[in-house]
Design a protein around this ligand. Structure first.
Ligand SMILES: Cc1cc2nc3c(=O)[nH]c(=O)nc-3n(C[C@H](O)[C@H](O)[C@H](O)COP(=O)(O)O)c2cc1C
Length: 358
């Protein structure tokens, strides 16, 4: 039986189809974080036995991106790390995508998180370089198309996900259970995950990993301003809201003054991103919040999983706690095939069941 572990000691490795595919210890994918997934953060998660992804769009040009790949290889201590390839809806912004893949391959990257429409060509290029592709989307149909296009695994995020969760408003668990009825390749499930109990639940559902972003925003290795991280650890789950609903590309963010400004413009009829000017660009949040700590300025990707973040601490400590909680939840589930304990949640559950069936 699993016993509670010291949060500073690494949790034992767990084996799933995704941990085997990627050569990692824990079934945790730390999805790419625009502006924030730099070498230090990604390498910290790699060393902790998870998989994280550098975001090429966060860098000022190819030289800075190449330097990040080089630094991450050095800091990851031989552990695998990945690159996030988010395709824009505007074709002109995708010109560098093939080069980003090739540079990553040259630096030994063997795992890519792809996002956006028609990933077939990307997956072919990634496979030709001997790497694996995990395609992330918010729709079961898109996940099935990615499987058909050759993705080695898919990641599905529900409406709770920080960033762009899609328009269908289905929760992670609804998406996941529906997807698992039809998918063959392994699934990583995400959106709102911030406690290890949810990891155990996702694995019990049939997923082979989880994908997480928000919970790691308070990692020590995230370069964003300390004031912002201090603000985040005080936020409840309800501090996340969905902005830009009318645009067709909603954005799950921290509720702040910029969200109010966006709502005012929406009331005046604004719909397309361009109509919101600088307010709806990620650069505003980077310049004022991440660099200067002003958390009231910018659309700042964040989901309700922030409600689980109660301290600024090393990413490795967060991973250890998550996996400890997950193993405890799994062992509770396994114990349910035996006698019901006299005290505790199992006993309560059994007595409630008796009442409702009497
Ligand atoms: C600050 C932040 C930035 C993000 N940037 C990206 C990105 O550039 N590309 C991407 O594919 N996903 C991005 N995401 C989504 C995450 O990779 C991940 O799918 C999501 O955070 C999972 O849901 P959770 O936030 O509820 O854990 C971002 C999320 C956050 C919180």
């Amino acid at each position: 039986m699993f016993r509670h572990q010291d949060a500073t000691r690494a949790a034992p490795p767990l084996r799933t189809r995704i941990t085997e595919l990627l050569g990692i210890d824990h079934p945790i994918l730390a999805g790419g974080l625009m502006w924030l997934s730099d070498a230090r953060y990604v390498a910290a998660l790699a060393r902790a036995g998870a998989m994280a992804f550098i975001t090429p769009r966060s860098f000022d040009g190819p030289d800075a991106y190449r330097a990040a790949l080089r630094d991450c290889s050095r800091m990851a201590g031989g552990r695998p790390f990945g690159v996030n390839i988010t395709q824009s809806r505007r074709a002109a912004e995708n010109a560098m995508v093939p080069a980003w893949i090739d540079m990553a391959l040259e630096h030994g990257v063997r795992c890519f998180e792809t996002v956006g429409p028609s990933p077939g060509r990307l997956i072919e290029r990634i496979h030709a370089g001997g790497a694996k592709a995990i395609h992330k989307s918010a729709f079961v149909e898109h996940a099935l198309k990615a499987e058909h296009a050759g993705a080695d695994a898919v990641a599905l995020v529900g409406a709770e996900a920080g960033g762009h969760p899609g328009t269908n408003e289905l929760s992670a668990f609804v998406c996941g259970a529906l997807a698992l009825q039809r998918l063959t390749v392994p699934l990583a499930l995400g959106g709102g995950i911030g406690d290890g109990r949810q990891i155990a639940a996702a694995l019990a559902l049939g997923a082979d990993a989880v994908v997480m972003g928000t919970r790691f925003l308070v990692s020590e290795e995230i370069w964003a301003h300390e004031n912002y991280k201090r603000h985040l650890v005080r936020q409840p789950a309800e501090a996340s809201t969905l902005a830009m609903r009318a645009s067709g590309n909603p954005w799950r963010v921290l509720d702040n003054a910029t969200v109010r400004d966006i709502e005012r413009l929406e009331q005046q009829g604004a719909r397309q991103y361009a109509e919101f000017g600088a307010l709806a660009t990620g650069r505003l949040g980077r310049d004022y919040c991440y660099r200067q700590g002003d958390w009231n300025t910018g659309l700042l990707s964040m989901g309700p999983a922030i409600g689980f973040a109660d301290a600024i601490e090393p990413a490795a400590s967060i991973v250890t706690r998550l996996m400890t909680q997950a193993m405890q939840a799994a062992s509770r589930l396994a114990s349910m095939s035996g006698p019901v304990p006299a005290h505790g949640a199992g006993a309560v559950f059994a007595s409630r069941t008796r009442e409702t069936t009497a």
